[in-house]
Each structure stands twice: as structure tokens, then as C-alpha cells.
Design a binder for this molecule. Structure first.
Ligand code: HAX
Length: 434
């Protein structure tokens, strides 16, 4: 049986001629135009990035290597006694485009196990931070502190061929993926559970090991698998994924790139929205006491938020124009496992009232919920009530997807990113005076 690295080598060798041909023979072909509104408006929709790991259709949602979330959840192999496929299997698919066999997964797990020991100084870095630091700050700093371990950075200094870059990115990625569940769980237990740490078991798959270290029983292993798979990648234009690509394009290693992408994920319009969604709902829950709000009370709460100039967290999207299938897959999980949970009832009621209100409000192009509108409910139900921590979960997931992207970026020798900026005056001259 071929190892994941050998398989990847084959795939990369077979893929490279496609990129070379496109560049050589079609390099001048035009794909898109760009408007002033797009330049001022955050490059919305400009087709100028490349990724083969996932692609996003506005109506259908995300496909990983061509497969929808429901296909992934149905077809990827799962660990024993698990309802949801393993994260290792998903990582294999993201890297190779193929569904792994159970032997392939065993091999990947073995590779991760070998690399799971966390350097002692990482605990020191976390311990040295102020108690009130946001968990995302701790997570990003802990990962950045490991930069000195980068094999890519060392090999680059020694002098390596461009075509070999990916191999050292791959090594750094395995090192990082093997360690991040423990880093995240350590931050959680340190910050919220009086520093009582639970040892991991690297014989378990990533989902089960993470659940163990968090101290949360079954089915939290499946909750973790579902969360880490569905949040792993969302094509490459979103803030976190794009930041990862951008920083890595300067040949900064995986530690620098991952820490940077996590800092982007920590913004309230991006990954932090899952914490925001729960925080916002808690406000209403506090007001309501034990009572579930009526539809009218919920409508008023939503309008009050909009009228005070705030966004409705967990709703809207820069690309999607329908309910996010990541929202839907988590909703299905809730319907099966926690249909009577009071927070789920609130979220359901929001689903009934928000899209109509956002349409009437007339601003958001997409009135439907995104992934962050649902994910906090499940975490809350299984005892993870410290919603400041939710974006760290997102960060673990995004590291799985973005690192797979970065290995391929280096394999296909994508150059340093350098779009052109214009001054307002140049844009005025180009538009008003023509
Ligand atoms: N509530 C209220 N207003 C909203 C809105 C929402 N949920 N979503 C968009 N709008 C507003 C925008 O603020 C913007 O207002 P102005 O015209 O006053 O500037 C207008 O509608 C047009 O925005 P858009 O083109 O529809 O959306 P954008 O591409 O600019 O922004 C966002 C996309 C996701 C940032 C936006 O929908 C938003 O702020 N949503 C709430 C926060 C959120 O849920 N973020 C998580 C998104 C998913 C994700 O990345 N997860 O990590």
C-alpha cells in the first residue's frame, strides 16, 4: 500500500502539467472583468484565486474535492462506533481527491501519532498569557511559537528545489495537525476548568482524542468530527483561507501561515460569528427566563438588533444565496440528537423569522443562515458553554483544510501574491474622465 505522501507525490506529478499548460498556452486568456464597486467593495466575486481542494456554488454550497457535505458524510469511512466519518479520512480526501481505505487511514493515524508530542515551551507560552486573553489569541500564539520547529524553514535555508517545497510543507502540516487538538484542549481546560488537564490518547482518532482531552463524553467525539469536517475549507476567497494562501505565498512556513489565517478567522464578521450568534441569543434567553419567545417576541428582538445598527450574527454570506448546507448538516444532527433542547428551539424560531425580516430590511443579499447560526447550539448542548472558545474549534477545522491547500500551493509552485492597488485619483481618472 502506498503511504499518503507517496500517493500525494503521484497526484502532484500528474497534476503539474495541467497548470503548466494553462499558464503557457492560455496565460493571456481573459476570465473576468473588474468593476469599481468590486475594487472598493472588498474584491467581492472577483475570479482571481485558484484552489482545487474545495469549491463554492452560491446555491448549492460547498463541495470538497467535488463532493457535497452529504456525500462526504455518507461515503467517507468512519472509525469504530462512530456515526460521523473520521477527520483523518477527510484530510486524506482533501489532499488526494480519493476516498481512503481503512488501511490508508490507519497509516495516516500512525504518522500523526508519531508526531503528537507537544514541545514543553508551548504550555509555557499559554501559561504566560494573561488569563483574560481571548482563546483565539492563545491558540494563534501557541501555534506561532512552534515556528522554530519548521522543517520547511530549515530546509529552505539549506537550499532546496522549488519542486520539493511541498514535501517539507507536508511534514510541517503533519506535525501541526498532530498537535493542535491538544493545544486547543489545553487552552480550554486551563482557561475554563481550573487548569485540570486531561491526558490524550493518540491511539484514538482525532475526534475521539479531542473529546477525551476536552473532558466531554459521547457523542462529543462525533460532534467534533462533524464540526471539523464541515468547517475545514470554504474555497479560497474567505478571509482565513485567503490569508493562509497569501502569507504562505511569501514562503512563510505553515506555522506563520496558520497563525495568520487564525487571526483573520477571529474577526466577528468571519469565524467569531459563531460566538456572537450564541452571545446574542443568550441576551434574549436571559430576558425571557424559562419561557420560549413567541414568534412576535422573536421578530421584535431581531428588528431591535437591526434598528440599533448591528448585524444578525449567523445570517448572510458573501457568496452563498441559500441556506448553508453546513448549517443544514448541523441542523439534521440537532433534529436527531437534541430536538427538544431550548437553545435549538430558539435557533429554529430564528430560522422561521429572520429570512423574511432581512428581506424586508432590504440590505443583506443573502437572508439565509450560514454555518455560524447553528454550530454553537450543539456545543452548548454538550456542555461547552464557554462560547469564547467556539472560534478555536473553527480554527482546528480550518487548519485541516487550509494546510491541505498550502501543500498544493507549494506543489504547483504558485508565486508570491501581488495584486495591484490604485489610488482614488487614478480610479477617478479612469472612470469620470472617460
Ligand atoms: N444582518 C444585517 N445586515 C446584514 C447581514 C446580516 N446578517 N448580512 C449582510 N448585511 C448587510 C451588510 O452589513 C451590508 O450593509 P451596508 O449596505 O449597510 O454596508 C449589506 O447587508 C450588504 O451586505 P452583503 O453584500 O449581503 O454581505 P457582505 O458580503 O458584505 O458580508 C457577511 C457578508 C457574512 C460579512 C454579512 O452577511 C454579515 O455581516 N453577516 C453577519 C455575520 C456573520 O454571520 N458572519 C459569518 C459568515 C460566515 C463565515 O464567514 N463564517 O466564518
Amino acid at each position: 500500500m502506498k503511504t499518503l505522501k507517496e500517493k500525494l507525490f503521484e497526484k502532484i506529478e500528474a497534476w503539474r502539467p495541467r497548470t503548466i499548460k494553462l499558464l503557457k498556452e492560455y496565460g493571456d486568456k481573459k476570465i473576468d472583468d473588474i468593476t469599481v464597486a468590486q475594487i472598493i467593495g472588498g474584491m467581492r466575486g472577483v475570479k482571481c484565486l485558484i484552489s482545487d481542494i474545495s469549491s463554492l456554488d452560491p446555491n448549492e454550497g460547498i463541495r470538497f474535492r467535488g463532493y457535497t457535505i452529504s456525500e462526504i458524510l455518507e461515503k467517507l469511512p468512519r472509525s469504530e462506533n462512530a456515526e460521523i466519518p473520521s477527520i483523518e479520512a477527510h484530510f486524506y480526501l482533501l489532499l488526494t481527491g480519493e476516498f481512503p481505505t481503512s488501511d490508508n487511514i490507519k497509516q495516516v493515524r500512525g504518522e500523526l501519532k508519531k508526531r503528537s508530542k507537544l514541545p514543553a515551551y508551548v504550555y509555557d507560552v499559554i501559561n504566560a498569557m494573561p488569563k483574560e486573553s481571548h482563546p483565539m489569541t492563545m491558540f494563534s500564539s501557541a501555534i506561532l511559537s512552534m515556528q522554530k520547529e519548521s522543517v520547511f524553514a530549515k530546509k529552505y535555508l539549506e537550499g532546496i528545489k522549488k519542486t520539493d517545497y511541498w514535501q517539507f510543507y507536508y511534514e510541517d502540516t503533519l506535525q501541526l495537525l498532530a498537535k493542535i487538538p491538544e493545544i486547543a484542549a489545553y487552552i480550554y481546560r486551563k482557561r475554563y476548568k481550573n487548569g485540570v488537564i486531561i491526558e490524550g490518547d493518540s491511539d484514538l482518532d482525532m475526534g475521539a482524542n479531542f473529546a477525551k482531552m476536552m473532558g466531554i463524553g459521547k457523542p462529543y467525539d462525533d460532534v467534533s468530527r462533524l464540526y471539523f469536517i464541515t468547517h475545514s475549507d470554504h474555497e479560497s476567497g474567505n478571509v482565513s483561507a485567503h490569508t493562509g494562501h497569501l502569507v504562505s505565498s511569501a514562503l512563510s512556513d505553515i506555522y506563520y501561515s496558520t497563525s495568520a489565517m487564525l487571526n483573520g478567522l477571529a474577526g466577528p464578521l468571519h469565524g467569531l460569528a459563531n460566538q456572537e450568534a450564541l452571545r446574542w441569543l443568550q441576551e434574549l434567553m436571559k430576558k425571557m427566563g424559562d419561557k420560549t419567545p413567541t414568534k412576535e417576541e422573536m421578530q421584535k428582538f431581531v428588528w431591535d438588533t437591526l434598528n440599533s445598527g448591528q448585524v444578525i450574527p449567523g445570517y448572510g454570506h458573501a457568496v452563498l444565496r441559500k441556506t448553508d448546507p453546513r448549517y443544514q448538516s448541523q441542523r439534521d444532527f440537532c433534529l436527531k440528537h437534541l430536538p427538544n433542547d431550548p437553545v435549538f428551539k430558539y435557533v429554529n424560531l430564528l430560522y422561521e423569522v429572520v429570512p423574511d425580516i432581512l428581506r424586508k430590511h432590504g440590505r443583506a443579499k443573502n437572508p439565509w443562515p450560514n454555518v455560524d447560526g447553528q454550530s454553537g447550539v450543539i456545543q452548548w448542548y454538550y456542555g461547552l458553554k464557554e462560547y469564547d472558545f467556539y472560534t478555536v474549534l473553527f480554527g482546528i477545522a480550518r487548519t485541516v483544510g487550509v494546510s491541505a491547500n498550502l501543500i498544493w500551493d507549494r506543489a504547483l509552485a504558485y508565486p508570491i501574491e501581488r495584486p495591484k492597488s490604485l489610488t482614488t485619483e487614478i480610479i477617478e481618472n479612469l472612470t469620470m474622465k472617460n
